[in-house]
Design a protein. Structure first.
Length: 152
């Protein structure tokens, strides 16, 4: 269940606030293959399970950018801002991929508000650090500061 803010201005008092976790999501070979088709990145470490058995991870792994793109799936499970005319993704900062995501593993996003500021026309810009955890892993698969703008 997301952390709910009734209006964009309520975010201004939320710097440092933990947002909790999303649901777990299994990363399937089908999803990895679809991402490979969408991006043209068909490197064997992602799409060839037979060859990957002898590779460094013993299996295929998700593309780093697939893991990053799934952050957009997790965000609505972490934060909801009501009474807006528009919310937009403004960008990202400090994206890192400390560990791989093996196909068949489950991942989730954990959120924390790390910066909030008012921008023009009463809009509020919020930076949410999303840490993508791999179930049972000792390091995150991705850590990214997402930047969103909410217009009242």
């Amino acid at each position: 269940m997301p952390t709910i803010f009734e209006k964009p201005a309520d975010l201004l008092e939320a710097n440092g606030r933990a947002l909790g976790e999303s649901a777990w999501l299994e990363v399937t070979q089908e999803r990895v293959n679809q991402f490979a088709d969408a991006t043209g990145d068909h490197q064997w470490i992602h799409v060839d399970p037979e060859k990957a058995k002898d590779g460094p991870y013993g299996t295929t792994i998700a593309h780093g950018y697939l893991t990053l793109s799934l952050v957009n799936l997790f965000l609505p499970e972490l934060i909801e801002v009501r009474n807006t005319s528009m919310g937009v993704n403004y960008g990202t900062d400090k994206t890192r991929f400390p560990a791989p995501v093996p196909v068949g593993s489950r991942i989730r996003g954990v959120g924390e508000i790390v910066h909030v500021e008012e921008v023009k026309n009463g809009a509020v810009q919020v930076t949410v650090r999303v840490t993508v955890e791999v179930e049972g892993g000792d390091r995150p698969a991705c850590v990214v500061d997402t930047i969103s703008r909410f217009v009242p």
